[in-house]
Design a protein around this ligand. Structure first.
Ligand code: NCD
Length: 320
């Protein structure tokens, strides 16, 4: 599909965005078309639009985040919502309050949308079944990170027009990556061919049942792909040591200047951030001419505006 900025006739009915696994290609394309419409707002001198005026968005982050949280805050504020920032460290969660109590108390204050990040897979879904507000998943355990994958695909579409037939390598710590999972579900639905690349110890269980190819050799794959998506090695989630040494990992799975020489000249280099420079990717590549890493951050704003806008629209329609 081409991003036109024209909203199609598609009717969006979901008041929660919990994952991309359950979304259709039409729904994905509707989010991109809506995001394209919002993209222009960021180029105006007054960077605000009124769709969420009088609405309250709470950022409910039980796990650390820089990009995702600030991006949602900015997206909500560009749509004129009031925003409450909630982090685990500065809340009563550190005093033992349960997830449900926290959510119920916030709901009692009349929130409209909860943006939830949690280390437990399924936490946003649990909250959505227990409160009335819209819920947007901002990353749950190893499960899904839908808005990250949406902004990733939107970035690819801005550079490539269509996902159909595109070859994408997602490289590194797949086992612990919700980003890899959300991208896999959505990219394959839009017709891309996804290959998970990494050492066997960093592949998810039953990877053969997923709609992807698997490779343990980045050298073989790098020559063939249109997009190389590098993942952070998530040391905070690693139990034991899944590879002999950091140097060894870089040697086989790092995106180095040398390895880039084998890549197609128009390859797109992506990373969700935060980057471990020198480990999964060399600085010269991360900051180099094929990198679209900062475009990902930029387009994230329009994509998150679209998601907040659409879930609220579905909630408003439901109440009518
Ligand atoms: C990712 C996450 O938190 O899942 N980061 C992000 O949202 N930009 C990936 C990561 O932490 O490695």
């Amino acid at each position: 599909m081409t991003i036109t900025g024209q909203e199609n006739k598609f009717e969006w009915t979901r008041k929660h965005l919990l994952g991309l696994r359950q979304l259709s290609a039409d729904e994905l394309n509707h989010i991109f078309a809506t995001a394209a419409g919002f993209e222009q707002i960021s180029t105006r001198s007054v960077k605000k639009a009124p769709p969420l005026r009088g609405k309250v968005v709470v950022n409910l982050f039980f796990e650390d985040s820089t990009r995702t949280r600030t991006s949602f805050t900015l997206a909500a504020s560009r749509l004129s919502a009031d925003i409450i920032e909630f982090t685990k460290k500065s809340s009563s969660v550190s005093k033992g309050e349960t997830l449900l109590d926290t959510a119920k108390n916030l709901e009692a204050m009349g929130i409209d949308i909860a943006v939830v990040r949690h280390s437990a897979g399924g936490a946003p879904d649990f909250i959505s079944r227990n409160i009335d507000a819209c819920v947007v998943n901002a990353g749950d355990g190893f499960c899904e990170h839908p808005t990250q994958a949406l902004l990733d695909i939107y970035t690819i579409l801005k550079n490539r027009q269509s996902m159909e037939g595109l070859k994408v390598a997602i490289v590194g710590d797949i086992a612990h990556s919700r980003v890899a999972r959300s991208n896999m579900w959505a990219m394959t639905k839009l017709g891309a061919e996804v290959t998970f690349v990494g050492p066997p110890t960093l592949m998810p269980a039953q990877v053969d049942k997923l709609p992807v190819k698997v490779s343990h050799s980045l050298d073989e794959v790098i020559e063939k792909v249109d997009v190389v998506y590098m993942l952070r090695v998530q040391f905070e989630r690693l139990g034991g040591s899944p590879f002999p040494s950091v140097r060894e990992y870089s040697r086989y799975y790092g995106l180095t200047v040398d390895r880039m020489k084998k890549a197609r000249p128009d390859i797109l280099v992506m990373h969700p951030g935060p980057i471990n420079r020198g480990l999964e990717i060399e600085s010269e590549v991360a900051d180099g001419p094929r990198s679209v890493i900062l475009q990902q951050v930029k387009y994230g704003l329009a994509v998150r505006m679209a998601v907040l806008f659409l879930v609220n629209q579905a909630a408003v329609t439901e109440k009518k």
